[in-house]
Design a protein around this ligand. Structure first.
Ligand SMILES: *[C@@H]1O[C@H](CO)[C@@H](O)[C@H](O)[C@H]1NC(C)=O
Ligand SMILES: *[C@@H]1O[C@H](CO)[C@@H](O)[C@H](O)[C@H]1NC(C)=O
Ligand SMILES: *[C@@H]1O[C@H](CO)[C@@H](O)[C@H](O)[C@H]1NC(C)=O
Ligand SMILES: *[C@@H]1O[C@H](CO)[C@@H](O)[C@H](O)[C@H]1NC(C)=O
Ligand SMILES: *[C@@H]1O[C@H](CO)[C@@H](O)[C@H](O)[C@H]1NC(C)=O
Ligand SMILES: *[C@@H]1O[C@H](CO)[C@@H](O)[C@H](O)[C@H]1NC(C)=O
Ligand SMILES: *[C@@H]1O[C@H](CO)[C@@H](O)[C@H](O)[C@H]1NC(C)=O
Ligand SMILES: *[C@@H]1O[C@H](CO)[C@@H](O)[C@H](O)[C@H]1NC(C)=O
Ligand SMILES: *[C@@H]1O[C@H](CO)[C@@H](O)[C@H](O)[C@H]1NC(C)=O
Length: 581
């Protein structure tokens, strides 16, 4: 079974000892030379801000950490849906390319609305009935079922909410008064590269113009059109008045559930199909319970190797969340991948199998067949992906049982392997459940807000590495500095790790301040998020932890119109400590 590694040994012994010495001397000189070059580059290079920058910045951040410990882990980085690097998109599997094309639904445009209006006008003229008298309409009850009402609302939305794309609308229903209509629609944020859909339903006050056409007098706030939601929920089948709902419009009742999410664990099916597969299995290594950045970096290395080897990657859905993200300040095991990441998307774009399913099928095979499954165990990361390429075993099992830092997954992608393996960033999106919270917060502000990212916490306390950070992020300094960057009385979202809620009170005399904790209800006991995560966790409550907070903060910040960063906008201190910029 160990054919390739024994080949290497034989080959090595065939070479004379002297030859090896010469080669290693040459290699060492080349190595030293390269190190000098890289040091020179590093000294003149300004590191981009990994909190907002993309994969290359992430790569650089990790490359700097020779000791393989990840200190820099209390703010999140963007995941696949935020990245726009060509490198990231070139690793799409053909399956994903198809999925992306199919998932891109038609969007509602001004031209389309005009055409629909014209059509209605033509048909009323041709049918011979006179146009309705405006006098009859003015001040009277608005007929929410009139298609022209919906078109007026569509046009209004298109002009009012420019940062989102409208995908489809439900037919409006009566509001609470005679001139109100409630309507529900699905949308996508233009800042988000995924085609995941979000829902909003609002109440509109409708008026009639002199020329008899409808207009929106006043739009309601986020999720104000509760009758539209009720109508949607109570209709057991899809209402036939729906416009362009497409194939994906499932209108099954469950009240507190996002029916767009399907992150069930897929099964492999029959014995025979298990045998036919080719798997890459990584045992749990030293990355377990390390920070989430290391988790992602390592996970994507494994998934990248599986792509390179054209194998199915075995995914362990259990995550151990590092102490820094936990209110308890202890590492916590038993977190689910699906709390943080979009498992449905991962299933779609990569060939994966869940570890539990995989082990069950493997055991079953070995119990029911005389001939065991072909297995290749790989004990060290020093065996490169290139060496494994020719291996035909059903399972390649990387074991990672050395001491730290030998047992980190990402070491597989070090050195030469790094050139062969491309980390498939596109495969890792944030959980749709977290993104629903992001959508709700930005929708609540009508997608019209500015944001500031205020880094405090440990960095602010560390006066040696960040001498001015604390004073530069004091309420007084913030108030002064923001004056030049954000207009008064704008919605201002503050993404921060400052735990004291009232810390930013001084800004309230200048801005409409929003903090994550203002939106507690979105993950409170009666929320959709609570209901769904509880269900994932077999009925037990899931804590809204520090990592989720940062994930949501990051994405809301990213959707703001004006964005003010801590480093280089608020303070001249360097992001990574004194003299690093
Ligand atoms: C690596 O980090 C650990 C823990 O922070 C420290 O104890 C150790 O001395 C470091 N090793 C090197 C080579 O810097
Ligand atoms: C409406 O009627 C006009 C003129 O009669 C015609 O040019 C136009 O194509 C019609 N539009 C639609 C959508 O039928
Ligand atoms: C409202 O409009 C719909 C569609 O145009 C029409 O079928 C219905 O009769 C109207 N209802 C009233 C009360 O006018
Ligand atoms: C909506 O309101 C109108 C006028 O008040 C009424 O005629 C109609 O029946 C209502 N529709 C529904 C579905 O309640
Ligand atoms: C919608 O479906 C119902 C029942 O299937 C039917 O009675 C009704 O006429 C349909 N309405 C329209 C506008 O097609
Ligand atoms: C969810 O996805 C799985 C495949 O991963 C599929 O077998 C299942 O039918 C889907 N469930 C729903 C409700 O769409
Ligand atoms: C990848 O593996 C599948 C079966 O596991 C095979 O059908 C396909 O041809 C392979 N593709 C490449 C590029 O090797
Ligand atoms: C989620 O909400 C649905 C409908 O309200 C309810 O039936 C279900 O029990 C809830 N699930 C949990 C885990 O609370
Ligand atoms: C923050 O700093 C960056 C880089 O210096 C600059 O491009 C950006 O415009 C600044 N933001 C604001 C709101 O001034």
């Amino acid at each position: 079974m160990r054919t390739s590694s024994s080949n290497v040994v034989v080959a090595a012994e065939a070479l004379g000892q002297n030859a090896i010495k010469i080669i290693s001397n040459v290699c060492f000189s080349v190595f030293v030379f390269l190190v000098l070059i890289f040091t020179a580059i590093a000294v003149t290079y300004q590191p981009p801000d990994p909190w907002l920058d993309s994969a290359p910045a992430f790569a650089k951040l990790f490359a700097q950490i020779g000791n393989a410990t990840f200190k820099n882990d209390n703010s999140i980085l963007r995941t696949g849906e935020d990245l726009t690097t060509p490198a990231a998109s070139s690793v799409l599997s053909p399956k994903e390319a198809v999925a992306t094309a199919a998932a891109a639904p038609p969007i509602i445009t001004e031209a389309e609305i005009e055409k629909a209006e014209e059509k209605i006008e033509n048909s009323t003229h041709s049918s011979g009935s006179p146009p309705p008298a405006c006098d009859a309409l003015a001040g009277k009850t608005i007929n929410c079922s009139d298609p022209l009402v919906l078109l007026a609302i569509e046009r209004f939305n298109l002009r009012a909410f420019r940062s989102i794309v409208f995908l489809d609308y439900q037919a409006p229903v009566n509001g609470s008064r005679s001139d109100e209509c409630d309507v529900m629609w699905r949308f996508r944020n233009k800042k988000e590269r995924s085609w995941r859909k979000y829902r909003d339903f609002r109440r509109f006050k409708i008026g009639v113009r002199d020329d008899c056409s409808y207009k929106v007098v006043h739009p309601g706030g986020w999720h104000s059109g509760i009758n539209a939601r009720r109508a949607w929920v109570s209709s057991t089948s899809r209402p036939n008045t729906t416009r362009r709902a497409g194939k994906s419009g499932k209108f099954a009742p469950p009240v507190s559930k996002d029916d767009q999410i399907n992150d069930t664990i897929p099964t492999l099916g029959s014995d025979a199909s298990f045998r036919k597969g080719r798997y890459l299995y990584y045992s749990r290594g030293g990355d377990y319970c390390k920070g989430m950045n290391q988790y992602m970096w390592s996970f994507l290395c494994g998934l990248g190797e599986a792509l390179f080897l054209n194998r199915t990657f075995v995914v362990d859905l259990n995550i151990c969340l590092a102490a820094t993200y936990n209110p308890s300040n202890k590492d916590e095991e038993g977190k689910d991948f699906r709390y943080y990441f979009d498992f449905e998307h991962l299933k779609e774009v990569a060939s994966i199998v869940e570890e539990g399913e995989f082990l069950r099928d493997w055991r079953k095979w070995d119990q029911t067949h005389k001939k065991k499954i072909q297995l290749k165990k790989v004990r060290t990361y020093k065996t490169t992906p290139m060496q494994l390429r020719k291996d035909k075993s059903t399972i390649i099992w990387r074991q990672f049982d050395g001491p730290e830092p030998e047992n980190y997954w990402y070491r597989v992608c070090e050195g030469q392997a790094g050139n062969a393996i491309k980390r498939p960033w596109q495969a890792l999106w944030k959980s749709k459940r977290l993104m629903n919270i992001v959508s709700a917060i930005s929708g609540w502000m009508d997608w019209d807000f500015d944001a500031v990212h205020v880094v405090r916490g440990e960095k602010a306390r560390n006066k040696v590495l960040w001498p001015h950070l604390d004073s530069d992020t004091s309420p007084e300094a913030l108030s002064e500095k923001l004056k030049g960057m954000v207009q008064p009385w704008r919605n201002l979202y503050i993404a921060t790790n400052e735990p004291f809620y009232n810390y930013f009170d001084k800004l309230r005399s200048q801005y409409k301040v929003h903090l994550l904790d203002d939106y507690k209800d979105l993950w409170g006991k009666s929320s959709e998020w609570y209901n769904e995560t509880t269900a994932l966790n077999s009925g037990k409550e899931v804590e809204f932890d520090g990592y989720m907070r940062v994930a949501v903060d990051t994405e809301v910040f990213y959707r703001a119109k004006t964005r003010v960063e801590t480093f280089y906008n608020l303070t001249r201190d360097c992001k990574d400590g004194i003299n690093t910029c």
